[in-house]
Design a protein around this ligand. Sequence first.
Ligand code: SF4
Ligand code: SF4
Ligand code: FES
Length: 295
Amino acid sequence: MRLTIDGHPVEGPPGSTILEAARSVGVPIPTVCYHETLEPIGACRVCVVEVEGARTLVPACQRRVEEGMVVRTDTERVRANRRMVVELLESSADTRLAPEIGRLASELGADPGRWASLQHEKPLPARGPKLDNELYVREPDRCILCYRCVKACGEQVQNTFAIAVAGRGYEARIDPGFDLPLPDSACVFCGNCVAVCPTEALTFRTQWEMRRDGAWDESRQRTVTTVCPYCGVGCQLQLTVQDNRIVKVTAPVDDPTTRGYLCIKGRFGWQYVHAGLQTAPEALPKAQTDARRTA
Ligand code: SF4
Ligand code: SF4
Ligand code: FES
């Protein structure tokens, strides 16, 4: 399919998206709900572009390329729409731990305060963090409802279907059903929802506790790549290490074996590495000290 994006002639295979075609020629289009390992979700509308002849803006992450298409990615209409979307995201959730949204907001000159009067008419209920297990924390106040976690938990990765969107409008939230604690739900604690969350609405308990205690310091962290020792699949792991201690485990999304997804053992079963170290329990995040006490 031959098309034009911002004046650049592009050739994209049938079935590819405008986003993929644009990236192939180095034209940047911002995204929030899009994740390279998931089918396009189309929830956020940050990636909208103009297509000549189309009445409305279209989401570049979902719209397939067509022969002769003329696409513009950076017009005033596009920027105004993106700006409003980012303002709505920032005014409805705490996005301070979502650097990509913050970067977009300053680039677009977003002013979430424009929507303050709406919040006044319908104040958002503060929900607070949910600390119902030792492995990860849910903070609904940070959730932008991008649906990535639901897709990763469901048919696209884990096939567990433990979480879904409950409620509508301002009441919409990610929930395991009936507001159950996670240990009482179908969750298998693979942490794959955490891996795709862009805002830390889902976050590793160690990371959450260290942030709370002012101990999370990315300038003191390094990444160590290794292989999971638990089974023969041999998933590649990326250990985030701070002060010579593992503080979280992720997997590289470009690894064809895992695509960034792990099971509970690879993701969370790392405390044994520190079992012989003589660190005073009070110097460790709570999740690690609890694990040591029960070991
Ligand atoms: S919890 Fe995270 S991944 Fe799930 S919908 Fe909210 S922001 Fe998206
Ligand atoms: S993460 Fe799970 S599946 Fe992968 S090697 Fe470790 S134990 Fe096996
Ligand atoms: S990135 Fe395309 S709709 Fe969210």
